[in-house]
Design a protein. Sequence first.
Length: 189
Amino acid sequence: MVVPSPSPGAEQNILYGVAAISDSDVWAVGAREDSAGLWHTLTEHWNGSHWSIVSSVDPGVNGNQLYAVKAVASNDVYAVGQQAGAGFPNRALIEHWDGNAWRVTPSPIDLATVLPLGVDATTSSLTLVGQHETDTAPYTTYVAGPLYRRRLFRSGFAGITAIPGGGLWAVGVTSNPQGNYETLIEYHQ
């Protein structure tokens, strides 16, 4: 069943991630494109009967997108993505919902060279996965959080989930010696 949701962008509207606290407390994140071609963050909330837009932060002057969301509690939700500035590479964007508003939050990683594509959180920690990028090197994966720091050449993580009590699964893509993409799954304990 398709459930109607707002599409506020004048051009394109995309939702990339969803996280549920309950059947009446669900978050979806993505991006909307305005008529000038500029991308803005998009956060939508389900209250059990309909989706509504909740204002989020747009710190990048040349565009912003959110790719993943993790809901810990009704007043503890994280969304991650990118903010575009004047040059390359784009910077990581991490936002936190405190029950009243979305705010940009500090990152456990170097914001200048990463693109977070997945997030997992608990009440006491934040873990990100995604791609590390520079102008001179191909993409490499990263897992960044209180217990994990890892990079892998020519690959990218796109999803993450933590196991209560310990352990972390990350999934994505890697390049084999022939240059073809293959699935990538890692477990960290």
